[in-house]
Design a protein around this ligand. Structure first.
Ligand SMILES: Cc1cc2nc3c(=O)[nH]c(=O)nc-3n(C[C@H](O)[C@H](O)[C@H](O)COP(=O)(O)O)c2cc1C
Length: 200
């Protein structure tokens, strides 16, 4: 089916956002408005969702003291996990995680944690797709974002979940920070798509 001019321009805008997204690790202290966060959440929930379950629920943290406390809790847990992975063959330096001034949330104004009850096989996939939607919407709005996988273990500690209003039967799956970028972030490289099979 031929593309209309509108289809073409939509496609270009989507690709532009995809190509402009970066993991931003430097932020200005500017506060994000509630309406901005609401727009990002609405983009998140437009993600595809297995069996239309829409399993996601969101925690929004815009309190820097709480983010610092969570960061300090997360760092040793993550380093421990990383050591374990190193023993099993992966090597990556996590030295900066031992620096007292290193904040795993990179000083971003807002942390959005996508949570869900892990009830079925595709719940995590749903949450990560929602995370990508959210990050692309943030990019389109001129905001920076970054997935903070290093926070996952800490966010799933029982006491932390209780403090953040995450019910016992939910897990914190995809933590993403959002904020006004502190500067330009260069694009990281990508390998060419590796095609295993393509039959015409
Ligand atoms: C599951 C996952 C976990 C990640 N965890 C972290 C993290 O804890 N801290 C961080 O700064 N970046 C984290 N990232 C961002 C990656 O480092 C980043 O996506 C990658 O280096 C490619 O760079 P780009 O996003 O700018 O293209 C994570 C990304 C993913 C998908």
């Amino acid at each position: 089916m031929p593309l209309t001019a509108l289809d073409r321009s939509l496609r270009k805008n989507t690709l532009e956002a995809i190509n402009a997204r970066r993991s931003v690790r430097s932020y200005r202290p500017d506060e994000l408005e509630r309406s901005t966060i609401q727009t990002l959440l609405e983009a998140a929930v437009r993600a595809p969702t297995a069996m239309h379950e829409e399993p996601w629920a969101f925690v929004v943290i815009q309190d820097q003291a709480l983010l610092k406390r969570l960061s300090d809790l997360a760092k040793p847990l993550f380093v421990e996990e990383a050591r374990h992975r190193t023993v099993h063959g992966h090597s990556h330096s996590f030295d900066h995680f031992t620096r007292p001034d290193f904040n795993i949330f990179h000083g971003a104004d807002t942390l959005i944690i996508i949570c869900a009850r892990p009830t079925s096989q595709f719940v995590a996939a749903d949450c990560w797709l929602a995370a990508e939607n959210l990050m692309l919407a943030a990019t389109a709005a001129g905001l920076g974002s970054c997935v903070i996988g290093s926070a996952v273990a800490a966010l799933n500690i029982h006491k932390v979940k209780a403090e953040l209003g995450i019910p016992d039967d939910y897990s914190a799956i995809a933590p993403v920070v959002v904020g006004v970028p502190g500067g330009e972030t260069t694009a990281t490289s990508r390998k060419e798509p590796k095609i295993l099979f393509w039959k015409k």
